[in-house]
Design a protein around this ligand. Structure first.
Ligand code: HEC
Length: 115
């Protein structure tokens, strides 16, 4: 974990980031594309016919819950009416996405820092 953090910080040092939390954004952002999130949620989280826009994420999600949701949405959708309605508005509900805990956390941080 400690190692990972410093690797990320080194990478962040190479790019220019206007974000408050440097180090988190580059890893999370590339995962957003490599894990296929952009296919449904759009390159900028603007949404598409396959998935809702990812706006207001910080208002709706706590970091640890978001990290768990990303890996396995079903249990959250089951007990959250808003998510259920959202899921039924799209062709296919969001599927579980296999990834490591570090990846989930980086993605959650990215989504929380983004908008
Ligand atoms: C197959 C299309 C698809 C893919 C791929 C996908 N999603 Fe989703 N996503 C959805 C749909 C549909 C919903 C609505 C709720 C549900 O179905 O669980 C959703 C809901 C969400 C939400 C909750 C939005 C809210 O209003 O609270 C977040 C956050 C999210 N997705 C992030 C991600 C991330 C991060 C990835 C990549 C790991 C991803 N999604 C991959 C379709 C997708």
């Amino acid at each position: 974990m400690r190692c990972w953090t410093s690797i990320v910080l080194v990478l962040a040092g190479c790019g220019s980031s206007s974000d408050d939390s440097p180090g988190v954004r580059p890893a999370g952002e590339s995962l957003y594309f490599s894990k296929g999130c952009a296919a449904c949620h759009g390159a900028r989280g603007e949404g598409s016919f396959m998935g809702p826009p990812l706006s207001n994420v910080p208002a709706r999600w706590k970091r640890d819950e978001l990290a768990r949701f990303i890996a396995d949405p079903a249990p959250f959708v089951e007990r959250d009416t808003r998510l259920r309605e959202l899921a039924s508005a799209y062709r296919t509900p969001m599927k579980p996405s296999p990834m490591s805990e570090t990846e989930r956390a980086a993605l959650a941080d990215f989504l929380l820092s983004e908008r």
